[in-house]
Design a binder for this molecule. Structure first.
Ligand SMILES: Cc1cc2nc3c(=O)[nH]c(=O)nc-3n(C[C@H](O)[C@H](O)[C@H](O)COP(=O)(O)OP(=O)(O)OC[C@H]3O[C@@H](n4cnc5c(N)ncnc54)[C@H](O)[C@@H]3O)c2cc1C
Length: 407
């Protein structure tokens, strides 16, 4: 931003992006007394993700956070509990069932458009500027240039939070390059109607060329995520519904009974991408802007929601200060790294064709049930309780905000 301009608006916290992460942060900061503004490039009146076919498996830690934000009662009617997870590999003997020792659900599956609708319904519209697109950023002056239907605005903020997703323009304006691992695969997503109930069981089946996962949904439906190399995607997308269901049934078998219908398929490219540092000067990156994961372990939004919970906690404890930024960075390090390693490790282990690795993973699936410590670690990680757990995920509410701008 080189030219002279007038600052049109000053806020304490400017959130760029109103996806699940940005909207959650706006709600988490609602009672802090801070002047918070969220800018979203899409229209807010026509809910984002209204046609998004993704389903989100919410980990128990996320459910606790959503309870503390008073959102869970609104989401629960749309949530299907996951009773256990069956993990297997095509063509191998070993399989394992992951369940909770106290029979509590391992998580809940909610269609993404329901989550976003609930978030939007609770947000104060006066705190949202949409459609409004971030088009430039003066990082030193902490001024964002935002294009709206009425013209270009300059917004000055003590703290800028980038929640603008995997392609984060904020990251680009800061000149930051994320580390990327491209899996050279895509995920095909569709909701499958079953001839019988799934009984709350989720499935992860590792195939020679990808992973097939089913998550339980309401009304005898299961959410499919099927990953495959780019070259195979077009063929799978172009099959008619009946041929697609036949192919699905042949590949997966009958553990879920007969597949009788499928919603239109969508595909998503698969990359793991992360910023080694979630901070850049006054800017904090959260959610997919900070890290994008392979969806097989269902961790992306869960991790983003823990970013939100910890950031709100640090802001309440330390105000908008350098201490807050440092506290946030160090509190989030372990959870992020463990989740990245856990998700990526799972994919690499099951996609390796190296001699010996296949044998090891078969033994691993068998031993998974037996080895002390392995299952609890896996469960803790998958449930969102790895690393330093945010207060909200422990059921502890945020205390009142000590408003303290600057250092
Ligand atoms: C197939 C699939 C299945 C998944 N399943 C799960 C699961 O089971 N559990 C789970 O936890 N996660 C899952 N995820 C991951 C989850 O969907 C994401 O982590 C989550 O939706 C990311 O939300 P976000 O708000 O960080 O980013 P986004 O949803 O990308 O939101 C970013 C927002 O920023 C806005 N924006 C971008 N640029 C600008 C700009 N210049 N100005 C203003 N606004 C801008 C965009 O319009 C958008 O609304 C899955 C992902 C995939 C692909």
């Amino acid at each position: 931003l080189n030219e002279k301009f007038v600052v049109n608006r000053q806020v304490d916290v400017l959130i760029i992006g109103g996806g699940l992460t940005g909207a959650s942060l706006l709600l988490a900061l609602a009672h802090t007394g801070l002047r918070v503004l969220l800018v979203e490039q899409e229209s807010w009146a026509q809910p984002l993700h209204a046609h998004d076919p993704r389903n989100i498996a919410l980990a128990p830690a996320s459910v606790r956070i959503l309870e503390q934000l008073q959102l869970w009662p609104l989401l629960e009617p749309f949530a299907t509990p996951v009773v256990d997870i069956h993990i297997s590999e095509a063509g191998a003997f070993g399989s394992s069932v992951l369940n909770s020792p106290n029979h509590a659900p391992l998580g809940f599956v909610v269609e993404m458009h329901h989550i976003h609708q609930v978030l939007v319904s609770r947000v104060d519209p006066a705190k949202v500027l949409a459609p409004a697109q971030l088009i430039a950023l003066d990082v030193d002056a902490q001024i964002a240039q935002v294009k709206t239907a009425e013209g270009v605005l300059h917004i000055e903020a003590a703290l800028i939070v980038a929640a603008d997703g995997s392609h984060s323009p904020t990251r680009r304006f800061c000149g930051l390059k994320p580390k990327v691992h491209d899996y050279a695969q895509q995920a095909i997503v569709s909701n499958i109607t079953l001839a019988r109930s799934h009984g709350g069981r989720a499935f992860e089946r590792f195939l020679s060329e990808g992973v097939m996962a089913f998550l339980p949904l309401s009304a005898a439906r299961a959410a499919l995520i099927w990953t495959m190399p780019h070259a195979a995607v077009q063929a799978a997308l172009s099959l008619d519904t009946l041929d697609f269901l036949n192919r699905l049934q042949q590949t997966f078998g009958y553990r879920l009974g007969r597949f009788i219908d499928a919603t239109p398929r969508a595909s998503f490219p698969l990359k793991q991408q992360w910023l080694p540092e979630p901070l850049y000067q006054s800017i904090i990156f959260v959610g997919n802007a900070a890290q994008t994961l392979h969806p097989v372990a269902g961790q992306g939004f869960n991790l983003g929601l823990r970013d939100v919970a910890m950031l709100a906690q640090c802001i309440v404890a330390h105000g908008l200060s350098d201490k807050m930024r440092e506290a946030y960075k160090s509190a989030r390090q372990t959870d992020k790294m463990q989740t990245l390693v856990f998700t990526d490790g799972l994919i690499r282990l099951f996609s390796s064709h190296m001699p010996g690795v296949s044998c090891l993973r078969r033994m691993g699936l068998l031993a998974f049930d037996k080895l002390p410590g392995v299952k609890p670690w896996f469960s803790r990680q998958a449930q969102g309780f790895g690393g330093i757990v945010p207060d909200l995920a422990c059921g502890i509410p945020l205390r009142g905000c000590r408003k303290k701008l600057g250092n």
